[in-house]
Design a binder for this molecule. Structure first.
Ligand SMILES: Cc1cc2nc3c(=O)[nH]c(=O)nc-3n(C[C@H](O)[C@H](O)[C@H](O)COP(=O)(O)O)c2cc1C
Length: 227
């Protein structure tokens, strides 16, 4: 059976009510390099989530350990500019971000999957990114990145974006933010999968070509990491 069909069946199988009881960090595989998939959509079973699922399957098939983090399920506040991170390697705010920072120091690959909202990214995803001022301060104010210099060359980021509209500029805002985030994290921009016109497409599962494209992007990212 071709891998893409195998994963389609796997994907359909997981549509059960037990999914809601799964922990908010989903670890699918336990070997190889680490790839985190960050879901910016508030819908854990929406079109963005499905594309991310396929991209993570690709990375997993390439030999990576993959983990999905749903921003919507995390409990944290936006940056309050208390500036603790100007002199410390963490944030003074004691919330779910304290579990997130170590994961982002350790990862080898990051996949950000998000819908466009108001020509940018969803507010909660933006708030999470703002909390990475911890990494920004270390890298640019103290000149002491939280990512060891020998790991910078290998860390890669993949951007999966979808939008309702079909206009050329629709991803510009989101892409600026994602590029800045990758830079702060010392992740090289590996590639992107940008799908517009979702208002017409509506259900991504009817577009096997797009699911396959997500799988292939994730696989290529994973292969690059595992060599
Ligand atoms: C609050 C909100 C704002 C949106 N803003 C835009 C927008 O500015 N441009 C656009 O093309 N689509 C916009 N959309 C449409 C989403 O990008 C689109 O429906 C996407 O497929 C949603 O993905 P999801 O179902 O995986 O969350 C918006 C949707 C919402 C809910």
């Amino acid at each position: 059976m071709p891998p893409v069909l195998k994963h389609l069946f796997h994907f359909l199988d997981v549509q059960d009510p037990m999914q809601r009881y799964m922990p908010r960090f989903h670890v699918y595989c336990c070997m190889g390099k680490k790839v985190i998939g960050l879901l910016g959509s508030p819908l854990s079973d929406g079109n963005t989530a499905k594309l991310l699922e396929w991209a993570l399957k690709g990375a997993e098939d390439a030999g990576c350990m993959v983990e999905k983090i749903e921003v919507a399920s995390l409990d944290f506040q936006g940056c309050m500019e208390m500036m603790f991170c100007r002199d410390h390697e963490t944030c003074i705010m004691d919330d779910d971000m304290q579990q997130i920072y170590p994961k982002f120091r350790e990862l080898d690959g990051l996949i950000i999957a998000t819908p466009v909202m108001t020509m940018g990214i969803p507010g909660k995803l933006k708030s999470l990114i703002d909390r990475f001022q911890v990494f920004f301060m270390a890298k640019y104010m103290r000149n002491k990145s939280l990512i060891p210099v020998e790991r910078k060359a290998e860390r890669k980021g993949l951007f999966i974006g979808i939008s309702g509209m079909k206009i050329p500029e629709v991803f510009i805002g989101a892409k600026f933010t994602v590029e800045a985030f990758f830079d702060i994290l010392d992740c090289q921009y590996f590639g992107e999968l940008l799908i517009n016109d979702m208002d017409t497409i509506r259900d991504i599962t009817k577009r096997a070509d797009l699911l396959e494209a997500a799988y292939q992007k994730g696989y290529a990212l994973g292969k690059l990491l595992t060599g």
